[in-house]
Design a binder for this molecule. Structure first.
Ligand SMILES: Cc1cc2nc3c(=O)[nH]c(=O)nc-3n(C[C@H](O)[C@H](O)[C@H](O)COP(=O)(O)OP(=O)(O)OC[C@H]3O[C@@H](n4cnc5c(N)ncnc54)[C@H](O)[C@@H]3O)c2cc1C
Length: 263
């Protein structure tokens, strides 16, 4: 990567001003992705000195600083109690520990990667993103924004909840991107996200609504669930898998995940 200047601001205000001052200035989180994807940058703005590396547990929620490495989330005891450790399950399937020690939660959100194993999980957990300028935005609204805001993500807030959770990543090898991933949270109501479709993760809202209408589910209901999900969630082809293969994966793991969280 060709960098003209490297800036280590001492305050968020300074970092934000530098970001806005030139269209070719960029924030660097852990740098794991930016270093292999960005060719040229005028000023690279480090957030290292801004004390954004933390996981705080409050009475009702967790607050995670945007510079926290994925590995810290993966092994955090409090976060592991959330929805059956769904965060840890999703992160534990991303590359090896050495990458997870570098890649940050902030970079994972702001990259808005279609292959992301985390965005769906954050959506089913109703995560809120706290930005320096834009304030609080839900992950779902952030994903639906046509453009990534020119802003600094400060932290991610996750409400505590006693839910059951399921996460599945299907990939050709352990080190590869998902061909499809599914995240399900159940706490009397279902939240379901499908990612790497190959497009960015979406909530399966009609499927959730159908499921939430039942007191007790049987196998015939599950067949209908699969039918609705295939109608509403757009799946497609890429070099990792065909639309038809993704449909088979969704049928199999959606049923499996629902059965698991209602046990
Ligand atoms: C080889 C490789 C394989 C991977 N495989 C997977 C995978 O299978 N599944 C998966 O989910 N992820 C995968 N990832 C992505 C990884 O989990 C991280 O999401 C990625 O590395 C970004 O995190 P980072 O800290 O490195 O961000 P960076 O590379 O530093 O930044 C990424 C983007 O976010 C912006 N940014 C970073 N922090 C902030 C902030 N606080 N505020 C505003 N903007 C910010 C940067 O400007 C940049 O545009 C992979 C990454 C690598 C390098």
């Amino acid at each position: 990567m060709e960098i003209k200047e490297y800036l280590k601001p001492k305050s968020i205000e300074e970092a934000y001003e530098a970001l806005l001052s030139n269209i070719n200035n960029k924030i660097i989180g852990g740098g794991a992705w930016i270093k292999i994807s960005l060719k040229k940058v005028d000023t690279l703005i480090s957030l290292d000195d801004l004390k954004l590396n933390y996981i705080k547990e409050e009475n009702d929620f967790f607050e995670i600083g945007s510079m926290t490495p994925l590995r810290d989330l993966e092994i955090n005891k409090g976060l592991n109690d959330l929805a059956g450790g769904i965060i840890s399950k999703a992160i534990g399937n991303i590359m090896g520990v050495s990458i997870r020690n570098i890649a940050t939660i902030g970079g994972s959100v702001m990259g808005k990667f279609a292959f992301s194993d985390l965005l769906g999980v954050l959506m089913v957990l109703d995560a809120e993103l706290i930005f320096y300028n834009s304030g609080v935005i839900s992950v779902e609204d952030f994903i639906n924004m046509p453009k990534i805001p020119k802003d600094i993500l400060l932290s991610i807030r996750l409400k505590k909840q006693t839910a059951k959770g399921y996460f599945k990543k299907v990939a050709t090898t352990h080190l590869d991107f998902s061909i499809l991933n599914l995240a399900i949270v159940y706490n009397e109501r279902f939240k379901i996200a499908i990612g790497s479709r190959p497009n960015i993760a979406v909530l399966a809202k009609r499927t959730e609504e159908y499921l939430n209408g039942f007191k007790k589910l049987d196998e015939a209901n599950l067949d209908e669930v699969v039918k609705i999900s295939l109608e509403e969630v757009k799946l497609g082809d890429n070099s990792r898998g065909s639309k038809e293969y993704r449909e088979l994966l969704m049928k199999t793991y959606l049923k499996r995940g629902i059965r698991e969280v209602i046990k």
